[in-house]
Design a protein around this ligand. Structure first.
Ligand code: ATP
Ligand code: MG
Ligand code: FE
Length: 351
């Protein structure tokens, strides 16, 4: 079965073709980062308009790269939520319009399910069940995953998401948008002993997170240097970056280890943009090796938003429930949509 995936929840337009027999055939992505950069964050209206411009050319490119005719597509999976309403509407209308034109069924996919299953696209995929740490721009959640659609929320952030903390702290240091990768690179040159920043909720008994205090701690340090980040020398910026990264990584690693211990599971899966972070990967690998746990990551290109994870999530659902995609082309998007509202594909047996 050949599934077309369409992603447009935020500032990436992603198209992909996943075949249940042959795997990922092709994918194409356009990131709007450069366009939003001058505003210091995503401007929703600009995002929607750019998705409109990019979707069809990316579709053509994906079909050409896969050497596939549009008629060969069996089903179309699109991100139905959560995300920016206008941006989601573009992907949904492209998918449903295409479905109508080609007489193919369509299926709305939960964006976080896409992230969550993206490590299964890797050459060495994890088996269910596992603990998943979803660390993206908008979410930080620990989940127990027993199969497709079998997600139990164990803990989540009470305020900022991990990616948001990276971006906001980077902004305070004058590193531009999105600052996650930049603050991570800078931290490599920082002295870990220079700044000890707080590790919020490290010792709380639960699996929840809180990162807004850490961002405030970065702000306090920046203010100690004067009115703006321009007054901070490069080495000191690197030291602050290092203090920030060490603190957030410590908390994320500790909570993952607690979740594994509490559930008695041995496999940990990381998903979402912050999963690309080198310091987090190194610290998780070290902590897991000590305890004989296995850690799985998505390929770097599939950590942040992409169409491949949506095509894949669609294919996983359709494999278990072929009638999950319907020839019903009236669509609605769900800008807010809790992941634990999802149900397993009907007809699925316990894995
Ligand atoms: P959501 O999926 O929750 O709706 P999103 O789609 O915006 O949010 P992603 O695309 O998964 O989030 O991830 C983007 C986030 O990942 C940004 O906050 C970005 O700074 C962060 N990020 C990307 N690469 C790195 C990195 N190497 N280190 C730290 N953070 C990173
Ligand atoms: Mg993005
Ligand atoms: Fe995302």
């Amino acid at each position: 079965m050949l599934v077309l995936g369409v992603e447009s929840s935020c500032d990436e337009t992603g198209l992909a073709l996943y075949d249940t027999e042959r795997g990922l055939l092709a994918h194409a992505l356009h990131s709007q980062i450069a366009m939003h950069q001058e505003y210091g964050g995503v401007v929703p209206e600009l995002a929607s308009r750019d998705h409109i411009r990019r979707a069809i050319p990316l579709l053509r490119q994906t079909l050409a790269d896969a050497h596939v005719q549009a008629q060969e597509i069996d089903a179309i999976a699109y991100t139905q939520g959560p995300g920016l309403a206008g941006a989601l509407l573009v992907g949904a209308s492209v998918a449903c319009g295409l479905g109508l034109a080609l007489d193919k069924p369509v299926l709305g996919i939960h964006h976080l399910e896409g992230h969550l299953l993206s490590p299964l696209l890797a050459s060495k995929p994890p088996r269910f069940p596992f603990i998943a740490l979803l660390v993206s721009g908008g979410h930080t959640q620990l989940m127990r995953v027993d199969g497709v659609g079998r997600y139990e929320l164990l803990g989540e952030t009470l305020d900022d998401a991990a990616g948001e903390a990276f971006d906001k702290s980077a902004k305070l240091l004058g590193l531009g948008y999105p600052g996650g990768p930049a603050i991570s690179r800078l931290a490599e040159f920082g002295d870990p002993a220079a700044y000890q920043l707080p590790r919020p909720m490290l010792h709380s008994k639960n699996l929840d997170f809180s990162f807004s205090g850490l961002k405030t701690a970065v702000l306090t340090v920046v203010k100690q240097h004067g009115s703006s980040s321009a007054n901070i020398c490069e080495q000191d910026k690197a030291n602050i970056a290092r203090g920030f990264v060490d603190a957030i990584v410590d908390v994320l690693v500790a909570k993952c280890m607690t979740a594994l211990k509490q559930t008695n599971l041995k496999r940990l899966v990381i998903a979402g943009g912050v999963g690309a972070n080198a310091q987090l990967r190194a610290a998780l690998d070290a902590a897991a090796a000590k305890r004989r746990y296995e850690v799985f990551y998505p390929e770097l290109q599939f950590c942040t938003d992409n169409g491949a994870m949506i095509a894949f999530a669609g294919a996983m659902r359709l494999r278990e429930q072929p009638d999950a995609a319907r020839k019903e082309y009236g669509f609605g998007v769900r800008p807010r949509w809790p992941l634990d509202e999802l149900r397993p594909p009907q007809g699925a047996t316990t894995p």
